[in-house]
Design a protein around this ligand. Structure first.
Ligand code: ADP
Length: 554
Protein backbone atom coordinates (compact mmCIF):
# COMPACT_ATOMS: atom_id res chain seq x y z
CA UNK A 1 0.00 0.00 0.00
CA UNK A 2 2.67 2.47 1.02
CA UNK A 3 5.09 3.84 -1.54
CA UNK A 4 7.06 6.02 0.88
CA UNK A 5 10.77 5.31 0.42
CA UNK A 6 11.77 6.90 3.74
CA UNK A 7 12.82 4.50 6.47
CA UNK A 8 10.06 3.90 8.98
CA UNK A 9 11.30 5.32 12.25
CA UNK A 10 8.36 5.16 14.63
CA UNK A 11 8.13 2.38 17.17
CA UNK A 12 10.89 -0.02 18.05
CA UNK A 13 10.58 -3.07 15.82
CA UNK A 14 13.73 -4.77 14.59
CA UNK A 15 13.09 -3.83 10.97
CA UNK A 16 12.79 -0.17 11.92
CA UNK A 17 15.92 -0.33 14.05
CA UNK A 18 17.79 -1.89 11.12
CA UNK A 19 16.49 0.81 8.75
CA UNK A 20 17.60 3.49 11.19
CA UNK A 21 21.03 1.96 11.55
CA UNK A 22 21.40 1.82 7.78
CA UNK A 23 20.45 5.48 7.57
CA UNK A 24 22.98 6.24 10.32
CA UNK A 25 25.73 4.34 8.49
CA UNK A 26 25.04 6.27 5.28
CA UNK A 27 25.12 9.57 7.20
CA UNK A 28 28.41 8.60 8.91
CA UNK A 29 30.00 7.73 5.54
CA UNK A 30 28.96 11.09 4.12
CA UNK A 31 30.40 12.88 7.17
CA UNK A 32 33.63 10.86 6.99
CA UNK A 33 34.26 11.98 3.40
CA UNK A 34 33.96 15.65 4.24
CA UNK A 35 35.92 15.33 7.52
CA UNK A 36 38.70 13.46 5.74
CA UNK A 37 39.27 16.54 3.54
CA UNK A 38 39.65 18.73 6.63
CA UNK A 39 41.91 16.20 8.35
CA UNK A 40 44.16 16.02 5.28
CA UNK A 41 44.42 19.82 5.05
CA UNK A 42 45.29 20.13 8.78
CA UNK A 43 47.80 17.27 8.56
CA UNK A 44 49.57 18.73 5.53
CA UNK A 45 49.59 22.17 7.13
CA UNK A 46 51.10 21.13 10.47
CA UNK A 47 53.50 18.57 9.03
CA UNK A 48 54.43 21.17 6.40
CA UNK A 49 55.31 23.58 9.23
CA UNK A 50 57.48 20.88 10.85
CA UNK A 51 59.19 20.29 7.48
CA UNK A 52 60.11 23.99 7.28
CA UNK A 53 61.44 23.97 10.85
CA UNK A 54 63.37 20.75 10.23
CA UNK A 55 64.95 22.10 7.00
CA UNK A 56 66.03 25.26 8.79
CA UNK A 57 67.40 23.58 11.90
CA UNK A 58 69.00 20.56 10.19
CA UNK A 59 69.82 21.46 6.53
CA UNK A 60 71.22 17.96 5.88
CA UNK A 61 67.73 16.49 6.44
CA UNK A 62 66.18 18.86 3.87
CA UNK A 63 66.01 16.34 1.02
CA UNK A 64 64.68 13.30 2.94
CA UNK A 65 62.09 15.38 4.82
CA UNK A 66 60.84 16.91 1.53
CA UNK A 67 60.67 13.46 -0.08
CA UNK A 68 58.65 11.98 2.78
CA UNK A 69 56.38 15.04 2.79
CA UNK A 70 55.79 14.58 -0.94
CA UNK A 71 54.90 10.92 -0.37
CA UNK A 72 52.51 11.90 2.46
CA UNK A 73 50.85 14.50 0.23
CA UNK A 74 50.49 11.91 -2.55
CA UNK A 75 48.89 9.40 -0.14
CA UNK A 76 46.47 12.11 1.05
CA UNK A 77 45.54 13.01 -2.52
CA UNK A 78 44.94 9.39 -3.51
CA UNK A 79 42.73 8.81 -0.45
CA UNK A 80 40.63 11.93 -1.08
CA UNK A 81 40.14 10.96 -4.73
CA UNK A 82 39.35 7.29 -3.86
CA UNK A 83 36.65 8.46 -1.43
CA UNK A 84 34.88 10.23 -4.28
CA UNK A 85 35.28 7.55 -6.93
CA UNK A 86 31.88 5.94 -7.54
CA UNK A 87 32.10 2.15 -7.37
CA UNK A 88 35.44 2.13 -5.51
CA UNK A 89 35.57 -1.22 -3.69
CA UNK A 90 36.54 0.29 -0.29
CA UNK A 91 34.28 2.51 1.84
CA UNK A 92 35.40 5.84 3.28
CA UNK A 93 36.14 4.24 6.67
CA UNK A 94 38.61 1.72 5.19
CA UNK A 95 40.22 4.36 2.96
CA UNK A 96 40.68 6.78 5.87
CA UNK A 97 42.08 4.02 8.10
CA UNK A 98 44.47 2.99 5.30
CA UNK A 99 45.61 6.58 4.82
CA UNK A 100 46.20 7.21 8.55
CA UNK A 101 48.14 3.94 8.88
CA UNK A 102 50.29 4.90 5.85
CA UNK A 103 51.00 8.33 7.34
CA UNK A 104 51.98 6.73 10.66
CA UNK A 105 54.33 4.36 8.80
CA UNK A 106 55.88 7.26 6.82
CA UNK A 107 56.45 9.21 10.06
CA UNK A 108 58.30 6.22 11.54
CA UNK A 109 60.23 5.60 8.31
CA UNK A 110 61.42 9.19 8.11
CA UNK A 111 62.61 9.27 11.74
CA UNK A 112 64.35 5.92 11.34
CA UNK A 113 66.09 7.08 8.14
CA UNK A 114 67.47 10.25 9.72
CA UNK A 115 68.13 8.67 13.15
CA UNK A 116 65.59 10.93 14.93
CA UNK A 117 64.78 10.80 18.63
CA UNK A 118 62.37 8.33 20.23
CA UNK A 119 60.56 11.16 22.05
CA UNK A 120 59.93 13.07 18.84
CA UNK A 121 58.51 10.06 16.99
CA UNK A 122 56.27 9.13 19.96
CA UNK A 123 55.02 12.72 20.08
CA UNK A 124 54.31 12.74 16.33
CA UNK A 125 52.31 9.49 16.57
CA UNK A 126 50.32 10.74 19.56
CA UNK A 127 49.49 13.97 17.70
CA UNK A 128 48.30 11.94 14.68
CA UNK A 129 46.23 9.51 16.79
CA UNK A 130 44.61 12.26 18.86
CA UNK A 131 43.83 14.33 15.77
CA UNK A 132 42.11 11.53 13.87
CA UNK A 133 40.16 10.29 16.93
CA UNK A 134 38.65 13.73 17.38
CA UNK A 135 38.16 14.70 13.74
CA UNK A 136 37.02 11.47 12.08
CA UNK A 137 33.63 9.94 13.07
CA UNK A 138 34.74 6.36 12.51
CA UNK A 139 34.48 4.27 15.68
CA UNK A 140 36.96 2.28 17.72
CA UNK A 141 37.80 -0.42 15.19
CA UNK A 142 39.34 1.96 12.63
CA UNK A 143 41.11 3.84 15.40
CA UNK A 144 42.55 0.58 16.73
CA UNK A 145 43.85 -0.34 13.27
CA UNK A 146 45.74 2.97 13.00
CA UNK A 147 46.97 2.71 16.61
CA UNK A 148 48.34 -0.78 15.86
CA UNK A 149 50.01 0.49 12.67
CA UNK A 150 51.58 3.40 14.60
CA UNK A 151 52.77 1.08 17.34
CA UNK A 152 54.20 -1.52 14.95
CA UNK A 153 56.04 1.04 12.79
CA UNK A 154 57.31 2.70 16.00
CA UNK A 155 58.70 -0.67 17.14
CA UNK A 156 60.37 -1.28 13.76
CA UNK A 157 61.96 2.19 13.80
CA UNK A 158 63.26 1.89 17.40
CA UNK A 159 66.66 0.30 16.61
CA UNK A 160 67.48 3.29 14.38
CA UNK A 161 66.43 5.97 16.86
CA UNK A 162 68.29 7.56 19.77
CA UNK A 163 66.95 8.74 23.11
CA UNK A 164 68.00 11.71 25.13
CA UNK A 165 65.76 10.74 28.04
CA UNK A 166 64.02 7.45 28.90
CA UNK A 167 63.00 5.01 26.16
CA UNK A 168 60.43 3.42 28.47
CA UNK A 169 58.75 6.79 29.10
CA UNK A 170 58.28 7.31 25.34
CA UNK A 171 56.86 3.84 24.91
CA UNK A 172 54.52 4.43 27.85
CA UNK A 173 53.38 7.73 26.30
CA UNK A 174 52.61 6.01 23.01
CA UNK A 175 50.75 3.16 24.75
CA UNK A 176 48.72 5.76 26.66
CA UNK A 177 47.98 7.62 23.41
CA UNK A 178 46.86 4.51 21.51
CA UNK A 179 44.69 3.25 24.42
CA UNK A 180 42.95 6.51 25.29
CA UNK A 181 42.27 7.48 21.68
CA UNK A 182 40.73 4.06 20.95
CA UNK A 183 38.43 4.32 23.98
CA UNK A 184 37.72 7.93 23.04
CA UNK A 185 36.73 6.86 19.51
CA UNK A 186 34.38 4.24 21.01
CA UNK A 187 32.62 6.73 23.30
CA UNK A 188 32.36 9.38 20.61
CA UNK A 189 30.81 6.86 18.21
CA UNK A 190 28.24 5.80 20.80
CA UNK A 191 27.35 9.37 21.52
CA UNK A 192 26.96 10.19 17.82
CA UNK A 193 24.79 7.08 17.19
CA UNK A 194 22.50 7.82 20.13
CA UNK A 195 22.13 11.43 19.08
CA UNK A 196 21.27 10.37 15.52
CA UNK A 197 18.63 7.84 16.65
CA UNK A 198 17.11 10.31 19.11
CA UNK A 199 16.88 13.03 16.51
CA UNK A 200 15.34 10.66 13.93
CA UNK A 201 12.68 9.49 16.39
CA UNK A 202 11.87 12.99 17.49
CA UNK A 203 11.42 14.07 13.87
CA UNK A 204 9.10 11.16 13.22
CA UNK A 205 7.09 11.75 16.36
CA UNK A 206 6.75 15.41 15.45
CA UNK A 207 5.47 14.43 12.00
CA UNK A 208 2.97 12.00 13.51
CA UNK A 209 1.78 14.59 16.01
CA UNK A 210 1.41 17.18 13.23
CA UNK A 211 -0.56 14.70 11.08
CA UNK A 212 -2.84 13.77 13.97
CA UNK A 213 -3.43 17.44 14.63
CA UNK A 214 -4.40 18.00 11.00
CA UNK A 215 -6.75 15.01 11.16
CA UNK A 216 -8.26 16.46 14.33
CA UNK A 217 -8.68 19.88 12.70
CA UNK A 218 -10.28 18.32 9.62
CA UNK A 219 -12.71 16.31 11.73
CA UNK A 220 -13.53 19.41 13.75
CA UNK A 221 -14.06 21.65 10.72
CA UNK A 222 -16.23 19.14 8.84
CA UNK A 223 -18.02 17.46 11.70
CA UNK A 224 -21.38 16.13 10.61
CA UNK A 225 -20.74 16.93 6.94
CA UNK A 226 -21.18 14.00 4.53
CA UNK A 227 -17.66 14.36 3.12
CA UNK A 228 -15.96 14.34 6.55
CA UNK A 229 -14.46 10.83 6.34
CA UNK A 230 -13.50 11.27 2.71
CA UNK A 231 -11.47 14.32 3.70
CA UNK A 232 -9.76 12.29 6.41
CA UNK A 233 -8.91 9.63 3.82
CA UNK A 234 -7.44 12.27 1.53
CA UNK A 235 -5.37 13.62 4.39
CA UNK A 236 -4.09 10.13 5.19
CA UNK A 237 -3.05 9.53 1.56
CA UNK A 238 -1.25 12.90 1.47
CA UNK A 239 0.45 12.56 4.86
CA UNK A 240 1.57 8.94 4.62
CA UNK A 241 2.30 9.00 0.88
CA UNK A 242 0.29 5.79 0.43
CA UNK A 243 -1.82 4.89 -2.61
CA UNK A 244 -5.22 4.48 -1.01
CA UNK A 245 -7.03 4.90 2.26
CA UNK A 246 -10.39 3.46 3.30
CA UNK A 247 -12.48 3.92 6.41
CA UNK A 248 -14.72 1.11 7.62
CA UNK A 249 -17.46 1.96 10.11
CA UNK A 250 -18.94 -0.55 12.56
CA UNK A 251 -22.59 -1.32 11.81
CA UNK A 252 -24.30 -2.33 15.04
CA UNK A 253 -27.26 -3.82 13.17
CA UNK A 254 -25.09 -6.20 11.13
CA UNK A 255 -22.45 -6.59 13.88
CA UNK A 256 -19.80 -5.98 11.22
CA UNK A 257 -17.61 -3.30 9.68
CA UNK A 258 -18.72 -1.87 6.34
CA UNK A 259 -16.88 0.40 3.94
CA UNK A 260 -17.85 4.00 4.52
CA UNK A 261 -15.49 5.93 2.31
CA UNK A 262 -12.41 5.28 0.23
CA UNK A 263 -9.91 7.41 -1.63
CA UNK A 264 -7.39 6.15 -4.18
CA UNK A 265 -8.93 2.73 -4.91
CA UNK A 266 -10.42 1.96 -8.32
CA UNK A 267 -14.25 2.19 -8.57
CA UNK A 268 -14.38 -1.60 -9.17
CA UNK A 269 -12.52 -2.34 -5.92
CA UNK A 270 -14.66 0.17 -4.00
CA UNK A 271 -17.82 -1.46 -5.41
CA UNK A 272 -16.60 -4.92 -4.36
CA UNK A 273 -15.53 -3.78 -0.90
CA UNK A 274 -18.88 -2.04 -0.41
CA UNK A 275 -20.59 -5.42 -0.83
CA UNK A 276 -18.60 -7.03 1.96
CA UNK A 277 -19.09 -7.14 5.70
CA UNK A 278 -16.17 -7.67 8.05
CA UNK A 279 -17.18 -9.01 11.47
CA UNK A 280 -14.75 -8.95 14.39
CA UNK A 281 -12.26 -11.74 13.87
CA UNK A 282 -12.58 -11.80 10.07
CA UNK A 283 -9.35 -9.87 9.66
CA UNK A 284 -6.42 -9.95 12.10
CA UNK A 285 -6.13 -6.18 11.78
CA UNK A 286 -9.68 -5.63 12.98
CA UNK A 287 -8.96 -7.51 16.17
CA UNK A 288 -6.02 -5.24 16.79
CA UNK A 289 -8.19 -2.16 16.25
CA UNK A 290 -9.87 -2.12 19.65
CA UNK A 291 -11.09 1.27 20.92
CA UNK A 292 -8.38 2.96 22.95
CA UNK A 293 -5.68 0.52 21.83
CA UNK A 294 -2.59 1.74 20.01
CA UNK A 295 -1.76 -0.26 16.90
CA UNK A 296 1.83 -0.59 15.77
CA UNK A 297 2.68 -2.08 12.39
CA UNK A 298 6.06 -3.77 12.21
CA UNK A 299 6.88 -3.09 8.57
CA UNK A 300 5.47 -2.03 5.26
CA UNK A 301 4.95 -5.70 4.38
CA UNK A 302 2.21 -5.97 7.02
CA UNK A 303 0.36 -3.05 5.53
CA UNK A 304 -0.65 -5.25 2.61
CA UNK A 305 -2.50 -7.49 5.05
CA UNK A 306 -5.85 -5.79 4.66
CA UNK A 307 -5.54 -5.73 0.90
CA UNK A 308 -4.58 -9.38 0.69
CA UNK A 309 -7.22 -10.49 3.16
CA UNK A 310 -10.02 -8.73 1.35
CA UNK A 311 -8.73 -9.95 -2.02
CA UNK A 312 -8.58 -13.51 -0.67
CA UNK A 313 -12.07 -13.21 0.76
CA UNK A 314 -13.43 -11.91 -2.53
CA UNK A 315 -11.74 -14.78 -4.34
CA UNK A 316 -13.19 -17.38 -1.96
CA UNK A 317 -16.71 -15.96 -2.28
CA UNK A 318 -16.38 -15.85 -6.06
CA UNK A 319 -15.16 -19.45 -6.26
CA UNK A 320 -17.90 -20.67 -3.90
CA UNK A 321 -20.65 -18.93 -5.87
CA UNK A 322 -19.33 -20.07 -9.23
CA UNK A 323 -18.92 -23.69 -8.09
CA UNK A 324 -22.44 -23.71 -6.72
CA UNK A 325 -23.86 -22.26 -9.92
CA UNK A 326 -21.94 -24.77 -12.04
CA UNK A 327 -23.41 -27.73 -10.25
CA UNK A 328 -26.97 -27.26 -11.51
CA UNK A 329 -26.23 -27.30 -15.28
CA UNK A 330 -23.78 -30.17 -14.74
CA UNK A 331 -26.45 -32.24 -13.06
CA UNK A 332 -28.77 -31.50 -15.98
CA UNK A 333 -26.08 -32.68 -18.44
CA UNK A 334 -25.41 -35.92 -16.57
CA UNK A 335 -29.14 -36.50 -16.07
CA UNK A 336 -29.97 -36.19 -19.77
CA UNK A 337 -26.88 -38.23 -20.68
CA UNK A 338 -28.13 -41.00 -18.35
CA UNK A 339 -31.56 -40.93 -19.99
CA UNK A 340 -29.98 -41.13 -23.44
CA UNK A 341 -27.75 -44.04 -22.44
CA UNK A 342 -30.73 -45.86 -20.89
CA UNK A 343 -32.53 -45.54 -24.25
CA UNK A 344 -35.40 -43.35 -22.93
CA UNK A 345 -35.38 -41.40 -26.20
CA UNK A 346 -34.99 -44.41 -28.43
CA UNK A 347 -32.24 -46.86 -29.28
CA UNK A 348 -28.71 -45.53 -29.90
CA UNK A 349 -26.10 -46.69 -32.38
CA UNK A 350 -22.79 -47.93 -30.87
CA UNK A 351 -21.07 -44.71 -31.96
CA UNK A 352 -23.77 -42.53 -30.39
CA UNK A 353 -23.58 -44.54 -27.16
CA UNK A 354 -19.78 -44.15 -27.00
CA UNK A 355 -20.06 -40.43 -27.56
CA UNK A 356 -22.70 -40.00 -24.88
CA UNK A 357 -20.61 -42.11 -22.48
CA UNK A 358 -17.66 -39.76 -23.05
CA UNK A 359 -19.89 -36.72 -22.43
CA UNK A 360 -21.17 -38.36 -19.26
CA UNK A 361 -17.65 -39.22 -17.98
CA UNK A 362 -16.39 -35.72 -18.65
CA UNK A 363 -19.41 -34.20 -16.94
CA UNK A 364 -18.83 -36.43 -13.89
CA UNK A 365 -15.16 -35.42 -13.78
CA UNK A 366 -16.15 -31.79 -13.91
CA UNK A 367 -18.74 -32.37 -11.20
CA UNK A 368 -16.03 -33.97 -9.03
CA UNK A 369 -13.83 -30.92 -9.55
CA UNK A 370 -16.66 -28.54 -8.68
CA UNK A 371 -17.47 -30.55 -5.54
CA UNK A 372 -13.80 -30.60 -4.52
CA UNK A 373 -13.59 -26.81 -5.05
CA UNK A 374 -16.67 -26.33 -2.89
CA UNK A 375 -15.21 -28.60 -0.18
CA UNK A 376 -11.96 -26.68 -0.28
CA UNK A 377 -13.80 -23.35 -0.19
CA UNK A 378 -15.69 -24.46 2.94
CA UNK A 379 -12.42 -25.60 4.54
CA UNK A 380 -10.69 -22.30 3.66
CA UNK A 381 -13.56 -20.32 5.13
CA UNK A 382 -13.34 -22.38 8.32
CA UNK A 383 -17.04 -23.25 7.93
CA UNK A 384 -16.58 -26.98 8.56
CA UNK A 385 -18.05 -27.94 11.90
CA UNK A 386 -17.84 -31.50 13.18
CA UNK A 387 -21.21 -33.17 13.71
CA UNK A 388 -20.69 -36.55 15.34
CA UNK A 389 -23.52 -39.00 14.83
CA UNK A 390 -23.60 -42.80 15.02
CA UNK A 391 -22.38 -44.06 11.67
CA UNK A 392 -23.24 -47.53 10.40
CA UNK A 393 -20.06 -48.52 8.56
CA UNK A 394 -21.75 -51.32 6.59
CA UNK A 395 -24.31 -48.87 5.26
CA UNK A 396 -21.60 -46.29 4.53
CA UNK A 397 -19.51 -48.85 2.66
CA UNK A 398 -22.54 -49.99 0.65
CA UNK A 399 -23.38 -46.41 -0.26
CA UNK A 400 -19.78 -45.68 -1.31
CA UNK A 401 -19.62 -48.95 -3.24
CA UNK A 402 -22.64 -47.88 -5.28
CA UNK A 403 -21.28 -44.39 -5.97
CA UNK A 404 -17.80 -45.63 -6.92
CA UNK A 405 -18.97 -48.59 -8.97
CA UNK A 406 -18.60 -46.77 -12.32
CA UNK A 407 -14.89 -46.31 -11.55
CA UNK A 408 -14.16 -50.03 -11.01
CA UNK A 409 -12.33 -51.32 -14.09
CA UNK A 410 -13.10 -54.86 -15.30
CA UNK A 411 -9.64 -56.13 -14.20
CA UNK A 412 -9.98 -54.73 -10.68
CA UNK A 413 -11.61 -56.36 -7.64
CA UNK A 414 -12.88 -53.95 -4.96
CA UNK A 415 -13.40 -55.44 -1.48
CA UNK A 416 -14.98 -53.77 1.54
CA UNK A 417 -14.32 -55.33 4.92
CA UNK A 418 -15.78 -54.05 8.16
CA UNK A 419 -13.90 -55.67 11.08
CA UNK A 420 -15.51 -53.30 13.58
CA UNK A 421 -18.59 -55.47 13.47
CA UNK A 422 -22.13 -54.26 13.15
CA UNK A 423 -21.81 -51.62 15.92
CA UNK A 424 -21.98 -48.00 14.75
CA UNK A 425 -19.10 -45.58 15.33
CA UNK A 426 -19.54 -42.03 16.51
CA UNK A 427 -18.04 -39.63 13.97
CA UNK A 428 -18.91 -37.06 11.32
CA UNK A 429 -20.50 -39.11 8.55
CA UNK A 430 -20.21 -36.50 5.78
CA UNK A 431 -16.52 -35.86 6.46
CA UNK A 432 -15.64 -39.55 6.73
CA UNK A 433 -17.52 -40.29 3.52
CA UNK A 434 -15.69 -37.49 1.64
CA UNK A 435 -12.33 -38.79 2.90
CA UNK A 436 -13.05 -42.41 1.90
CA UNK A 437 -14.54 -41.42 -1.44
CA UNK A 438 -11.33 -39.57 -2.29
CA UNK A 439 -9.04 -42.38 -1.13
CA UNK A 440 -10.96 -45.26 -2.69
CA UNK A 441 -11.57 -43.18 -5.84
CA UNK A 442 -7.80 -42.63 -6.13
CA UNK A 443 -7.04 -46.30 -5.49
CA UNK A 444 -9.42 -47.31 -8.28
CA UNK A 445 -8.08 -44.59 -10.58
CA UNK A 446 -4.43 -45.57 -10.13
CA UNK A 447 -4.97 -49.35 -10.26
CA UNK A 448 -5.38 -50.50 -13.87
CA UNK A 449 -5.56 -54.16 -12.78
CA UNK A 450 -5.47 -55.98 -9.42
CA UNK A 451 -7.19 -55.38 -6.07
CA UNK A 452 -8.42 -52.55 -3.94
CA UNK A 453 -9.14 -53.48 -0.30
CA UNK A 454 -10.92 -51.20 2.14
CA UNK A 455 -10.62 -52.49 5.71
CA UNK A 456 -12.08 -50.90 8.82
CA UNK A 457 -10.97 -51.87 12.33
CA UNK A 458 -11.26 -50.36 15.79
CA UNK A 459 -8.94 -50.41 18.79
CA UNK A 460 -8.28 -48.19 21.79
CA UNK A 461 -10.96 -45.61 20.98
CA UNK A 462 -9.68 -45.16 17.44
CA UNK A 463 -11.19 -46.15 14.13
CA UNK A 464 -8.69 -47.18 11.45
CA UNK A 465 -9.64 -47.52 7.82
CA UNK A 466 -6.96 -48.74 5.40
CA UNK A 467 -7.35 -48.39 1.64
CA UNK A 468 -4.86 -50.75 0.04
CA UNK A 469 -4.34 -51.06 -3.71
CA UNK A 470 -2.06 -53.01 -6.04
CA UNK A 471 -1.77 -50.10 -8.46
CA UNK A 472 1.03 -47.98 -9.90
CA UNK A 473 2.32 -46.86 -6.48
CA UNK A 474 4.08 -43.60 -5.62
CA UNK A 475 7.85 -42.98 -5.56
CA UNK A 476 9.28 -42.05 -2.14
CA UNK A 477 10.26 -38.53 -3.27
CA UNK A 478 6.64 -37.73 -4.15
CA UNK A 479 5.07 -38.97 -0.94
CA UNK A 480 5.49 -35.68 0.89
CA UNK A 481 4.02 -33.46 -1.84
CA UNK A 482 0.90 -35.34 -2.89
CA UNK A 483 -1.07 -33.84 0.03
CA UNK A 484 -0.43 -30.30 -1.18
CA UNK A 485 -3.06 -28.39 -3.19
CA UNK A 486 -2.95 -29.12 -6.94
CA UNK A 487 0.02 -31.47 -6.58
CA UNK A 488 0.09 -34.59 -8.71
CA UNK A 489 2.91 -37.02 -9.33
CA UNK A 490 2.29 -36.65 -13.04
CA UNK A 491 1.13 -33.09 -13.55
CA UNK A 492 1.74 -33.05 -17.31
CA UNK A 493 -0.98 -32.29 -19.81
CA UNK A 494 -0.52 -35.74 -21.32
CA UNK A 495 -0.99 -37.68 -18.08
CA UNK A 496 -2.88 -40.95 -18.13
CA UNK A 497 -5.15 -40.36 -15.15
CA UNK A 498 -7.70 -37.61 -14.57
CA UNK A 499 -8.05 -35.40 -11.50
CA UNK A 500 -6.82 -32.00 -10.40
CA UNK A 501 -4.79 -32.69 -7.28
CA UNK A 502 -7.26 -31.55 -4.61
CA UNK A 503 -8.57 -34.86 -3.25
CA UNK A 504 -5.74 -35.83 -0.90
CA UNK A 505 -5.37 -32.27 0.38
CA UNK A 506 -9.07 -32.13 1.26
CA UNK A 507 -8.96 -35.64 2.78
CA UNK A 508 -6.00 -34.80 4.98
CA UNK A 509 -7.57 -31.56 6.19
CA UNK A 510 -10.85 -33.27 7.02
CA UNK A 511 -9.04 -36.04 8.90
CA UNK A 512 -7.15 -33.38 10.86
CA UNK A 513 -10.44 -31.63 11.71
CA UNK A 514 -11.71 -34.98 13.00
CA UNK A 515 -8.65 -35.11 15.26
CA UNK A 516 -6.96 -37.95 13.37
CA UNK A 517 -4.20 -38.56 10.90
CA UNK A 518 -3.81 -39.78 7.32
CA UNK A 519 -0.74 -41.86 6.50
CA UNK A 520 0.56 -43.36 3.30
CA UNK A 521 2.91 -46.20 2.43
CA UNK A 522 3.70 -46.97 -1.14
CA UNK A 523 6.02 -48.88 -3.44
CA UNK A 524 6.12 -48.04 -7.13
CA UNK A 525 4.61 -50.76 -9.32
CA UNK A 526 3.52 -52.70 -6.19
CA UNK A 527 0.81 -50.51 -4.70
CA UNK A 528 -0.18 -47.98 -2.04
CA UNK A 529 -1.88 -48.06 1.33
CA UNK A 530 -3.58 -44.94 2.68
CA UNK A 531 -4.54 -45.31 6.34
CA UNK A 532 -7.01 -43.04 8.13
CA UNK A 533 -6.97 -43.15 11.92
CA UNK A 534 -9.55 -41.07 13.77
CA UNK A 535 -10.68 -41.06 17.37
CA UNK A 536 -14.18 -42.55 17.27
CA UNK A 537 -16.10 -44.39 19.92
CA UNK A 538 -17.76 -47.67 18.96
CA UNK A 539 -21.11 -48.76 20.30
CA UNK A 540 -21.08 -51.88 22.50
CA UNK A 541 -24.05 -53.52 20.93
CA UNK A 542 -25.62 -53.66 17.56
CA UNK A 543 -28.46 -51.27 16.87
CA UNK A 544 -31.83 -52.86 17.36
CA UNK A 545 -34.00 -52.47 14.29
CA UNK A 546 -35.53 -48.99 14.42
CA UNK A 547 -33.86 -48.43 17.81
CA UNK A 548 -32.29 -45.25 19.04
CA UNK A 549 -28.51 -45.11 18.52
CA UNK A 550 -27.97 -42.82 21.49
CA UNK A 551 -28.88 -45.54 23.93
CA UNK A 552 -26.16 -47.88 22.83
CA UNK A 553 -23.22 -45.50 22.26
CA UNK A 554 -20.72 -45.70 25.15
P1 ADP B 1 -5.96 -36.22 -8.08
O1 ADP B 1 -7.19 -35.44 -8.33
O2 ADP B 1 -4.87 -35.96 -9.06
O3 ADP B 1 -6.21 -37.66 -7.82
P2 ADP B 1 -5.17 -36.18 -5.28
O4 ADP B 1 -4.86 -35.04 -4.38
O5 ADP B 1 -6.28 -37.07 -4.87
O6 ADP B 1 -5.42 -35.57 -6.72
O7 ADP B 1 -3.86 -37.03 -5.46
C1 ADP B 1 -2.65 -36.36 -5.75
C2 ADP B 1 -1.71 -37.29 -6.48
O8 ADP B 1 -1.28 -38.34 -5.62
C3 ADP B 1 -2.34 -37.99 -7.67
O9 ADP B 1 -2.34 -37.18 -8.82
C4 ADP B 1 -1.42 -39.19 -7.81
O10 ADP B 1 -0.26 -38.85 -8.51
C5 ADP B 1 -1.05 -39.52 -6.38
N1 ADP B 1 -1.91 -40.58 -5.81
C6 ADP B 1 -2.94 -40.44 -4.96
N2 ADP B 1 -3.46 -41.65 -4.62
C7 ADP B 1 -2.72 -42.58 -5.28
C8 ADP B 1 -2.76 -44.01 -5.36
N3 ADP B 1 -3.65 -44.74 -4.66
N4 ADP B 1 -1.84 -44.62 -6.13
C9 ADP B 1 -0.94 -43.91 -6.84
N5 ADP B 1 -0.85 -42.56 -6.82
C10 ADP B 1 -1.73 -41.90 -6.05
Amino acid sequence: MSTDPRPAVAGGSRAEEAALRDAHRAETDRLLRSRLDLTVVLFLFFVGASVVIESMQAPTRGRPVMLVYALEALACLLAVVACRLPGFPLGPRAIAAGLASTLAALLSAYNASVGGSVERLAMAHICLLTGIAVLLPWGWRAQLVVAAAAFASFGLALPHLFTSDSLLMSVLALVTGTTTTTWGALFLERYRTDAFLRAARQTEETEIAATLMRVGETLDAHLGRPDMLERVNRLVVESLGCEWSSIFVYDEGHQAFRLHSSVGSSPAVVAELAELEFPWGSLPLLDALRPGAVLEMAGTGDQDLVHLQSASRLKSEFVATMSHELRTPLNVITGYADLLVEGTFGPLTTEQRDTIERVRRSAFELLDLVNATLDLGRLEAGRETVERTPVDLDALFAELGGELDPLVLPAVALHWQNRVGGAPVLTDRVMLKTVLKNLVGNALKFTPAGRVDVTASAAGGALTIAVRDTGIGIAAEHLSVIFEVFRQVDGSATRRFGGVGLGLHIAERLVTILGGRLEVESTPQVGSTFTVTIPARVARERRAAGGDYRRVIQ
